[in-house]
Design a protein around this ligand. Structure first.
Ligand SMILES: NC(=O)c1ccc[n+]([C@@H]2O[C@H](COP(=O)([O-])OP(=O)(O)OC[C@H]3O[C@@H](n4cnc5c(N)ncnc54)[C@H](OP(=O)(O)O)[C@@H]3O)[C@@H](O)[C@H]2O)c1
Length: 239
């Protein structure tokens, strides 16, 4: 049984589609089941509620082998740490209590860089990886750059002002990935029950090399994640 969180979101919806296409047994945690397509609802077990809730995750993780974990944005949270780590704490405990074997977490690039401990959402995403890793569960942290879809927010400015703006130097290379590719990598890992241990999986375009691996054993998406439901082969440990 594979548990999918945020199944109505961009990554979660596409991940779920891939899992169902592979005929996997899936349980979703969803606040409002009516937001799932009827055809999807008919094929999955539904646990209603938020995946930040202790009772909800304990119910959802019962008998589960693998978990797709995605921390939703919470603009009202008192801190980014609370929004990410605080939200994930009940799930980390439930993973341990219910004996879930593998977790695939939507995380961020940045581990091992000089600013990893003061990089806002990135720092908090890495802390969620650490939280799950501390439970002893198998973990693949999907290390994300900025999503290509973020650029769509620029369309209005381009149309009305003829401007394209970014809060970084135009001379810096910015790796990017598409939401569909993240879902492909996530589904591949969730369907693969052979991996163990803790590792980071950079989800990058073909030309961008992984900047960091944690702590090693890191399949990447560079071989073309959308081509297959199987997770890419592990790479050698690099420390
Ligand atoms: N954008 C980037 O460049 C970037 C880069 C690196 C990492 N990320 C990470 O990617 C993730 C965002 O993924 P996405 O784009 O797929 O998200 P999304 O499309 O915004 O979807 C959010 C999902 O979370 C659910 N949700 C919202 N609030 C919730 C709550 N309080 N409790 C339970 N569920 C809740 C929503 O369900 P409802 O239908 O109930 O609203 C929806 O399924 C975040 O973790 C972010 O940190 C983003």
């Amino acid at each position: 049984m594979i548990v999918v969180t945020a199944p109505t979101g961009r990554i979660g919806r596409l991940t779920l589609e891939r899992l169902l296409a592979a005929d996997a047994a899936v349980r979703v945690i969803v606040r409002d089941p009516a937001r799932l397509p009827a055809a999807t609802r008919a094929r999955v077990e539904v646990v209603q509620g938020t995946h930040g809730d202790r009772e909800v995750v304990n119910e959802a993780f019962t008998g589960a082998d693998a978990l797709f974990w995605l921390v939703p944005a919470d603009p009202r949270s008192p801190s980014v740490e609370e929004a990410f780590v605080g939200f994930s704490r009940p799930a980390a405990q439930a993973v341990k209590d219910q004996g879930v074997k593998r977790v695939v977490n939507v995380s961020a690039l940045g581990r091992g860089t000089p600013v990893a401990d003061r990089a806002g959402f990135v720092t908090a995403s890495l802390a969620v990886d650490d939280l799950f890793a501390s439970t002893g569960v198998g973990l693949r942290a999907l290390a994300m750059p900025s999503f290509m879809e973020n650029l769509l927010r620029q369309t209005e400015l381009i149309r009305t002002e003829g401007l394209f703006t970014m809060p970084v130097s135009g001379s810096l290379k910015a790796p990017a990935c598409a939401v569909a590719d993240i879902a492909a990598v996530a589904a591949g890992l969730l369907l693969d029950d052979t991996w163990t241990g803790v590792g980071e999986v950079p989800v990058l375009d073909r030309k961008t090399s992984p900047s960091t691996r944690w702590p090693g054993s890191c399949p990447t998406s560079s071989s073309g994640p959308s081509a297959s439901n199987r997770s890419p082969p592990p790479r050698s440990r690099t420390g």
